[in-house]
Write a protein that binds this ligand. Structure first.
Ligand code: HXC
Length: 259
């Protein structure tokens, strides 16, 4: 895999892949090409049996400061509709493996939306989250009004979206937007450690559990419970279930093969 705006390490650590957004001079502004590269890399890593967890990161100063304003500035509504950039985002959303965002510095606009598309968020002490689109005459377009509201509730989401105010890592943690704050110097290593806990588990159980949690955003409670139950039953036809339960009974560590 070779890309211009992202760096991909399929085996950053055993079973853990890393994708680094890599337009540092532009604070990793998400242009169309970067997003297409990200979509392609995720698809490939999702199909790679050696990979169990994918980490998405930027650099210490910025995860991503939003969609590329310079690329978008002259566009009309018709241009935007024809470009249809959100079909790329829709494909990213379909990643089956757990996707963990390791965020340091700015995660703004589309950058914050991309972080919220991930399944879990580890933030450095210097992370800042925001939806400042309102300050440039637009509004969030890649899920910000929906995912932020579900994560932090109406009052804070309204404030962030309508004023463009950034929140720091502490406020993001209190509000339930992120999982954990870690030191800036070691934020990536800490995220790898976090990812390793998940990579050690049954990838089949992890995939079906992720799917079930995400279904809670789409379904009503009865539909969601039914979906959950079917995924639960399905896992009883896997070797990983037999191994996991046998290991518990035999008081030993389980080794999951993803079968
Ligand atoms: C294009 C960007 C950019 C962006 C920063 N840069 N953000 N270029 N698009 N979103 C560029 C700057 O132009 C500058 O390049 C360089 O990165 C460094 O940025 P500075 O502004 O000089 O840095 P600083 O003073 O530290 O300010 C950091 C900042 C500010 C607060 C993050 O850059 C900023 O406000 N950026 C825009 C944030 C934003 O509005 N995001 C939402 C975008 S709309 P030069 O060449 O001038 O040195 C959006 C819609 C999503 O995301 C819709 C769905 C995809």
């Amino acid at each position: 895999m070779s890309f211009e705006h992202i760096l991909v390490e399929p085996q950053h650590a055993p079973q853990i892949a890393l994708i680094r957004l890599n337009r540092p001079k532009e604070l990793n502004a998400l242009n169309l090409q970067l997003m297409r590269e990200l979509r392609d890399a995720l698809k490939e890593l999702d199909n790679n049996d050696e990979v169990r967890v994918i980490i998405l990161t930027g650099n210490e100063r910025a995860f991503a400061a939003g969609a590329d304003i310079k690329e978008m500035a002259g566009r009309t509504t018709v241009d935007m509709m024809k470009i249809d950039q959100f079909s790329t985002w829709d494909q990213i959303k379909r990643t089956k493996k757990p996707l963990i965002a390791a965020v340091s510095g700015f995660a703004l606009g589309g950058g914050c939306e991309l972080v919220m598309t991930c399944d879990m968020i580890i933030a450095s002490e210097s992370a800042q989250f925001g939806q400042p689109e309102i300050k440039i005459g637009v509004m969030p377009g890649a899920g910000g009004t929906q995912r932020l509201t579900r994560a932090v509730g109406k009052a804070l989401a309204m404030e962030i979206v309508l004023t463009g105010r950034f929140i720091n890592a502490e406020e993001a943690l209190r509000a339930g937007l992120i999982n954990k704050i870690v030191p800036t110097e070691t934020y990536l290593q800490e995220t790898v450690k976090f990812a390793q806990q998940i990579a050690a588990l049954s990838p089949l159980a992890v995939q079906l559990a992720k799917e079930a949690v995400l279904s809670s955003f789409e379904n009503n409670l009865s539909e969601g419970l039914l979906f959950e139950r079917k995924n639960f039953y399905m896992l009883f036809s896997t070797e990983d279930q037999k191994e996991g339960m046998a290991a518990f009974v035999e008081k030993r560590a389980a080794t999951f093969q993803g079968k």
